[in-house]
Design a protein around this ligand. Structure first.
Ligand SMILES: [Mg+2]
Length: 211
């Protein structure tokens, strides 16, 4: 029996050194009141609609509706650079991923755009470690957690007898994985306190899977 292991990326393997509003402000210094909220609203709707370019759409709304003297391409590029610069992967999480991949078929399963999520993986030397990368807004996947479609896309990308998912967001990661028939380990504090899937760290999740 082979068990494949998929990991969530944002806030599971990868952490942020600053909040999302600060990243936005690096792309749009001195943003008018309401611009950030409008950006977030359009961004999230675009993600939900499985757009391949939700950041561009978010900045397009900002440029057309507010007094911002820049084009959406420039803001999108600046934001991507600021977001990447704000990412970090703890050594312990990197080592846990390497340890898993040396023992099991291992992948990344993440909500986001293919371009941005791959850029994060490359920046932190994660892509070469894993066997598969499954991203929600990739047109070949076109399903976002907790939709079971993204878990089925992961199964197609990495055949195995069983699957386990490691993620930080209870309603998306743990509920979604279980609905798809997967086991799940929760590296987070949201959701029910008494769920036995909860652990404190990626290391602990991997120890539970491998040891
Ligand atoms: Mg996450």
């Amino acid at each position: 029996m082979t068990t494949a292991v998929f990991f969530d990326l944002d806030l599971t393997l990868l952490q942020y050194t600053t909040d999302f509003e600060s990243i936005f402000e690096r792309a749009v210094p001195d943003a008018p009141d309401g611009a950030y909220e409008r950006y977030v609203s359009v961004l999230l709707d675009s993600f939900d609609q499985l757009s391949t370019d939700p950041y561009y759409e978010g900045f397009g709304a900002v440029v057309s509706e507010f007094d911002v003297d820049a084009d959406p391409e420039t803001l999108t590029t600046r934001h991507a650079e600021a977001e990447l610069a704000a990412t970090t992967v703890p050594e312990s999480a990197h080592e846990a991923l390497v340890r898993t991949a040396s023992d099991r078929p291992t992948g990344i399963l993440t909500n986001g755009t293919l371009e941005m999520q791959r850029a994060k993986l490359e920046r932190h030397d994660l892509e070469a470690v894993v066997d598969a990368v499954v991203v929600s807004n990739d047109p070949d996947v076109a399903a976002r957690k907790p939709d079971t479609g993204i878990f089925h896309a992961a199964e197609a990308s990495l055949p195995a007898d069983d699957y386990v998912y490691v993620g930080d967001t209870y309603d998306e990661d743990i509920v979604g994985a279980r609905q798809a028939g997967w086991d799940a380990i929760h590296v987070g504090t949201d959701g029910p306190d008494d769920d036995p899937a909860r652990v404190d760290s990626v290391d602990e999740a991997v120890a539970r899977i491998l040891d």
